[in-house]
Design a protein around this ligand. Structure first.
Ligand code: HEM
Length: 249
């Protein structure tokens, strides 16, 4: 009897220990959630004037805003500190300069007026960088173009950004479709032959510029294929017979 009672006791004990540890983990997760929400509650709303103090000159800490979200970037002092390459972002919302590269005081502005959908996506990329970067702490909202005095989002401008992002996504999808429909040519350069371009599957090479203003590239098209004007322009390469699938440029 006692010979199988002992292993049974060990099993029961093991189950007890495992379930107790699991409970501890759950409690820990719970603690983290509480801590996070407590941090969220501490979210501040900055005026432009308040934020401007944190430029690394008037304060030891450096804050910046992107699309109205304020981050503590003191750990990136080598980038944002006085006299450093990205100091124009310190103490302000310089969202626009993240894609224009205009790092002057006039260039480091919050608005994205007139930027292309691709450039708007570029600013979002940097906003997401600050959101994800562990060394930078999210502090709150900046009163201005993107948030009101209570830190609430100004819907109209956020919707406009969403629309332009969706447009960017649509353009990217269309470009992908064009790449599948008009595959890239193969190419080779040797000193003896110079540059060669060619296509497989009875296709022929053409210099293609899409209607989105992308850099022109060599595209393989089917001879006689009907292509809508809205796709872009296709031109023959000099020295290249129109119906040849291989070209020496
Ligand atoms: C529109 C132009 C540009 C913008 C807005 C920009 C912005 C930035 C930002 C925000 C960072 C992150 C700094 C951080 O960790 O907090 C960064 C990093 C960096 N940038 Fe730029 N940059 C631009 C152009 C350039 C150019 C032209 C070069 C080089 C010739 C360059 C070289 C670097 C390097 C080496 C890093 C550090 C990357 C790393 O730590 O992994 N950037 N840039």
């Amino acid at each position: 009897m006692s010979s199988y009672l002992f292993p049974l006791l060990i099993v029961v004990l093991a189950i007890f220990i495992i379930s107790r540890d699991g409970k501890k983990d759950e409690d820990k997760k719970g603690e983290e959630i509480v801590k996070n929400s407590a941090e969220e509650e501490e979210e501040r709303v900055f005026t432009a004037e308040e934020l401007s103090v944190y430029d690394g000159n008037r304060s030891t800490r450096i804050y910046l805003a992107v699309l109205g979200e304020v981050y503590d970037v003191t750990d990136g002092e080598g980038y944002y500190g006085p006299g450093q390459g990205y100091s124009c972002f310190a103490g302000r919302d310089g969202s626009r300069a993240f894609v224009t590269g205009n790092f002057t005081k006039e260039g480091a502005r919050a608005d994205l007026d007139g930027l292309t959908p691709g450039e708007v996506a570029g600013v979002i990329h940097w906003r997401d960088f600050y959101r994800k970067e562990d060394k930078y702490k999210y502090l709150g909202k900046l009163v201005g173009l993107y948030y009101d005095e209570n830190g609430n989002a100004r819907e109209e401008i956020h919707e406009s950004i969403e629309r332009r992002l969706a447009e960017h996504q649509q353009i990217q999808d269309n470009k992908k479709k064009l790449e599948a429909r008009f595959p890239k040519c193969s190419s080779k350069w040797t000193q003896k032959t110079g540059k060669m371009l060619w296509c497989e599957d009875n296709r022929v090479p053409r210099n293609f510029t899409d209607s989105y203003g992308s850099r022109s590239r060599c595209a393989c098209i089917q001879l006689g294929e009907e292509i809508e004007d809205s796709v872009g322009t296709f031109t023959q390469y000099g020295n290249c017979p129109p119906d040849e699938s291989k070209c020496h440029l």
